[in-house]
Write a protein that binds this ligand. Structure first.
Ligand code: PLP
Length: 409
């Protein structure tokens, strides 16, 4: 294979060699079942508990507040369905945003079919949730608010701490008035390991994370559940995870996730500087070299490695295929929506017209990217866009009706 440039770190990452190394022992040497009582199995138990402590540390939580899951999707399902069913006698209303990951959105849609009511809050043009709309959406029946920490498509970082403070005030009054307290969940799959997280500063009761988004293994994640949170289990069976998640622990995965957190705590700060510099370089060059481009997401409150653009009068999928021929792996939005012709629900929520949203491209940068990678993209993307625009049926519309004013900033 010739050149390969990976620019899809928000979809997944490679597993750090040090993590692979830490996991190895637990496949065929220390393979005991952590629930067994003999000494050999207790080594596996100790490894799981050591990993739990590492997760607690990166979140500033307590070890007993961490439940291991099969990833971010399960953690989101667990948080939302678990709170909904455990608190349904008190209320049936949930608040979320229009730009959540499908693991949250489709869980909420399913709950609607089961009789729950869900309000989907809008965002401004940068993708920041509207706090007034959120405040006004709260009713006596509200039991859960779930808002993501950072968006996987555009990278915008949400004001979770502010929402946490608002809820703290509201919950104080609700408790004295005998109304149900509102639980607060955040999907932090895109932020854990990238920016410092403190569940107490954020004021959240539940937080989802996933190993493979920050150089850990796939198929393992966790849900932080604050003490005294009333939540039901998704999986019933044995007494694993303090009765909250049945099933024999994925010991190698959990050990790997622990190691991933340990590495992130030491290295995340310096780790994020490089992608940011490269991302800014790519953004600047794209704006200079390609006309009719929109940069999506917040200018500052954005993940360091994420660049989402809309190139007018071309299809995102066509650009992706052409980039692939150049050995460049990028995305048109989230991996979960590719393969469908629907424009991204996130870009539509920003107020971008569907025909423009179709021309979206997401570059997400990470630890192995170099200046040469970025320079290669800067070299090949403008001619690809030029070629596709020459063939585009939208082109005729350029002087006519098809217009979307470039956001100046
Ligand atoms: C990737 C992702 C998920 C899903 O996590 P998995 O571990 O792949 O199931 C959920 N939320 C966000 C924001 C993500 O980026």
């Amino acid at each position: 294979m010739g050149r390969f440039i990976y620019l899809d770190y928000n979809a997944t990452t490679s597993t750090d060699e040090r993590v692979v190394e830490a996991m190895k022992l637990y496949f065929n040497k220390l393979y005991g079942n952590p629930s067994s009582i003999y000494k050999f199995a207790q080594e596996a138990r100790e490894a799981v508990e050591a990993a739990r402590s590492k997760l607690a540390k990166i979140l500033n939580a307590k070890p007993e507040e961490i439940v291991f899951t099969s990833g971010g999707t399960e953690a989101d399902n667990f948080a939302i369905k678990g709170i909904a069913y455990a608190n349904k006698e008190k209320g049936n209303h949930i608040i979320t945003s229009k730009i959540e990951h499908h693991a949250v959105l489709n869980t909420c849609k399913w709950l609607e079919k089961q009789g729950f009511q869900v309000t989907y809050i809008g965002v401004n043009k940068y993708g920041i949730v509207d706090l007034d709309e959120l405040r006004n959406a709260i009713t006596d029946k509200t039991i859960l608010i779930t808002i993501m920490h950072a968006n996987n498509e555009i990278g915008t970082i949400e004001p979770i701490e502010e929402i946490g403070k608002i809820l703290q005030e509201i919950n104080k009054q609700r408790i004295t008035n005998n109304k149900p307290r509102i639980y607060f969940h955040t999907d932090a799959v895109q932020t854990v390991g990238k920016i410092p997280i403190d569940v107490n500063e954020l004021g959240v009761d539940l937080l989802s994370l996933s190993g493979h988004k920050f150089y850990g293994p796939k198929g393992v994640g966790a849900l932080f559940i604050r003490k005294r949170t009333k939540i039901n289990s998704l999986l019933h069976g044995g007494h694993h995870e303090r009765n909250r998640r049945a099933g024999t622990e994925n010991v190698p995965g959990i050990v790997g996730l622990g190691k991933t957190c340990e590495i992130a705590m030491e290295e995340q700060e310096k780790e994020e500087k490089k992608p940011k510099a490269l991302r800014d370089r790519l953004e600047k060059a794209i704006v200079e070299k390609i006309d009719d481009v929109i940069i999506n997401g917040h200018p500052e409150k954005r993940l360091a490695g994420t660049l989402n653009i809309c190139v007018k009068y071309v299809e995102g999928e066509s650009m992706l295929l052409n980039l692939d021929l150049e050995g460049i792996a990028a995305s048109s939005g989230s991996a979960c929506t590719s393969g469908t012709l629907e424009p991204s629900h996130v870009l539509l929520a920003l107020g971008i017209p569907p025909e423009v949203a179709h021309g979206s491209l997401r570059f997400s940068l990470g630890r192995n990217n170099t200046e040469e990678d970025i320079d290669h993209v800067i070299e090949v993307l403008p001619p690809i866009v030029k070629k596709l625009r020459a063939m585009s049926p939208f082109r005729k519309g350029r002087e006519g009706g098809l217009r979307w004013d470039t956001q100046k900033r």
